[in-house]
Design a protein around this ligand. Structure first.
Ligand code: G1P
Length: 292
């Protein structure tokens, strides 16, 4: 395969967000905020930091809030400028300059594989990355940047992975893999299973929501039958890809938060707030006074 650059990032954002109702009745889950930034913005900034210049957001309903978030806002900008609020003005303006952002629709919630398939024409014949906005990875080097660097070595699909001990593995795609001799962070994938029963999980290596995929994945998605939960699973399509190409697991450096879960969302809020220069010290002091 010719040497490829990763330029495009796909964000599945069409879920109903039922776990966060009523908060997500009128706004998409991806617009829920950790401290002061919506989930989708964390992901988009990570993709841009990894070198992506085109962002493809696969939405269902209520995409207006997301579109407005990444659009220019002349009235707001004029008001901030008039008040001399330069830092806020910069923050608002930079959002519309992050990348080229395009939207496509997934009309029916038929699964993650199906959502990715909606981006087929927009991605075209080149490798691309996928970021699931629920997974927030806090890392010194952004997780997707680490993966793009690994891709320069492998030129093959790469799935971010983390060790999940115990029955919780049943909430994830799970890898059957062996260490790679060249790079201690890479694992050669032999097989995988979506949401296995604990007793049947091939390992404790869970797939987390960061992928680099080769374009052949689209053909594989078109070929798979509905899997776990009756949905077209991305995991099943990547498993089919294994028949044709190498696939790697990647042990990233960083900490993942599962912001798609209420408890995970709360933990992420606390940890990210504590790390903030402006809020951290005051928040830490206050936390010490909270009766536990
Ligand atoms: C999806 C994938 C699963 C992966 C997980 C990571 O599942 O299907 O393979 O482990 O994301 O967050 P979901 O969380 O959408 O059920």
């Amino acid at each position: 395969m010719a040497h490829h650059m990763i330029r495009k990032a796909v964000f599945p954002a069409a879920g109903m967000g039922t776990r966060f109702l009523p908060a997500t009745k009128a706004i998409p889950k991806e617009m829920l905020c950790l401290v002061d930034k919506p989930l989708i913005q964390y992901g988009v900034e990570e993709a841009v930091a990894a070198g992506c210049t085109e962002i493809i957001i696969v939405t269902g309903r209520d995409k207006a809030a997301m579109e407005d978030h990444f659009d220019t806002s002349p009235e707001l900008e004029a008001a901030l400028a008039a008040k001399g609020k330069q830092a806020l003005l910069d923050a608002v303006r930079s959002l519309s300059k992050l990348a080229k952002i395009v939207y496509t629709r997934q009309a029916e919630p038929l699964g993650l594989g199906h959502a990715i398939l909606m981006a087929k024409e927009l991605v075209g014949d080149e490798p691309f990355c996928v970021l699931l906005p629920d997974d927030i990875v806090d890392a010194r080097v952004p997780c997707m940047k680490q993966m793009v660097e690994a891709f320069e070595e492998t030129q093959a699909s790469i799935l971010a992975s983390e060790v999940v001990e115990g029955p919780a593995i049943s909430n994830y795609g799970c890898l059957d893999c062996t260490p790679d001799a060249r790079n201690p962070r890479l694992m050669a994938v032999k097989g995988m299973v979506e949401k296995p029963r604990f007793e049947e999980a091939p390992s404790a290596n869970a797939i987390i929501g960061r992928y680099i995929l080769t374009p052949r994945i689209f053909e594989m998605i078109e070929g798979v039958k509905p899997g776990a939960g009756g949905e077209l699973q991305l995991t099943d399509a990547i498993k089919a890809l294994l028949q044709h190409e190498k696939v790697y697991g990647f042990r990233y450096e960083g900490k993942r938060h599962d912001a798609g879960d209420k408890l995970g969302f709360l933990k992420a809020t606390v940890e990210l707030a504590l790390k903030r220069e402006d809020l951290g010290p005051g928040f830490r002091e206050w936390l010490k006074s909270v009766p536990l």
